[in-house]
Design a protein around this ligand. Structure first.
Ligand code: 2P0
Length: 336
């Protein structure tokens, strides 16, 4: 800019990924990003995304940097489309510079789109002068990635699927905190493969909804799982929470395996880790697995068992890296 002009510091937000204990899988409206099912997650205290949005009124277009390199293709398109939505809400037109840094490899099944769009929603809203309450911020984040609606909040959050027409559901689909005062487990994450996934979760969901004969019955049983999960969380009952989370995740993967053609994210290393989780349980260590759109396994256990569980997982999948997480904070603006 011209000499003497003060550089716009923009707005910087930090958000953490979340892991769903009751999964979201399938959209009933891809344009408005409306999920078919409710979901419930724990936000983590590891792998944050830090995003700065700075307005650049003189630039010809948005500039998007991801981990220090210009974003390209679908990743850039999704960020620009999201900024378009923020600008529409704010009644503004200036392009922006977006700089995003992830503490984990993007697209490896560690929910970087959840932390990514939660941070982008918060930083983008602040940079364009939108004053949104947490519900509105969560609705906005959902338009980037449904799981991002949950990462606006810390600890445990439920994302409502919304009801009625798409337009009604758009208003009603957002996350909100689920107060769980007496439950502070560990989530031991076995990163068995940090490479990018073969099929995007978006494409995999679409194929599952359109072709899997198991999808409807999983959606029905997932609603029942959610009801039981809320009771189990309120009780702080790790065994109940873990059992429900594990069956809900396996059911989700079953819907994908029955899609035509099948979508299979689970690898031999995933299965080796699952066997070891069963072995831990058989040996008196409560441990329960959940998997998302990738081969990594997240194991819920008591904090006092976390070191033992981590060691068992490392041994089951040699070469994997293991990270122990706990419940973590919601999205925050960084000041100063
Ligand atoms: C979840 N997953 O509830 C589910 C479980 C993966 C399996 O949300 O298309 O990147 O951006 O809404 O959020 C991962 O899919 O999908 C995901 P979009 P997203 O966490």
């Amino acid at each position: 800019g011209p000499a003497g002009q003060v550089l716009d510091p923009g707005a910087t937000a930090v958000a953490h990924p979340n892991i769903a204990l009751i999964k979201y899988w399938g959209k009933r409206d891809e344009q408005l990003m409306i999920p078919y099912v409710d979901s419930l997650s724990m936000t983590l205290d590891v792998f944050p995304t830090t995003t700065t949005v700075r307005l650049s009124p003189e630039a010809p277009a948005d500039s998007v940097t991801l981990d220090g390199s210009p974003a390209e293709g679908e990743q850039r398109r999704r960020v620009v489309a999201f900024l378009d939505l923020v600008r529409e809400l704010a009644g503004r037109t200036e392009p922006a510079e977006v700089d995003t840094r992830n503490a984990v490899p993007t697209g490896a099944g560690l929910a970087s789109s959840a932390s990514g769009f939660a941070a982008l929603a918060l930083a983008g809203a602040a940079a364009y002068g939108l004053d949104l309450d947490p519900t509105a911020l969560s609705r906005l984040a959902r338009r980037g990635s449904v799981s991002a609606a949950r990462s606006i909040f810390g600890d445990f959050a439920i994302c409502h699927a919304g009801r009625g027409t798409s337009e009604d559901a758009d208003l009603d689909s957002y996350a909100e905190p689920v107060p769980v005062p007496d439950f502070d487990p560990a989530l031991v994450i076995a990163l068995v493969d940090a490479g990018p996934k073969a099929v995007s979760s978006r494409a995999a969901m679409r194929r599952t909804v359109e072709t899997s004969p198991l999808y409807r019955s999983w959606a029905t049983s997932s609603a029942a799982d959610l009801t039981e999960m809320r009771v189990a969380l309120r009780r702080g009952d790790l065994d109940a929470v873990g059992e429900i989370a594990e069956r809900n995740a396996l059911g989700m993967h079953a819907t994908m395996l029955a899609a035509r053609p099948a979508v299979r994210y689970l690898s031999p290393a995933t299965v080796a880790v699952l066997d070891r989780v069963g072995w831990l349980r058989a040996n008196g260590v409560p441990a329960y697995a959940t998997m998302d759109a990738g081969p990594n396994v997240k194991v819920l256990c008591h904090r006092t068992d976390a070191a033992r569980v981590a060691e068992a997982l490392r041994d089951a999948a040699p070469g994997c890296s293991v990270v122990t997480a706990r419940r973590g904070p919601g999205a925050r603006l960084r000041t100063g």
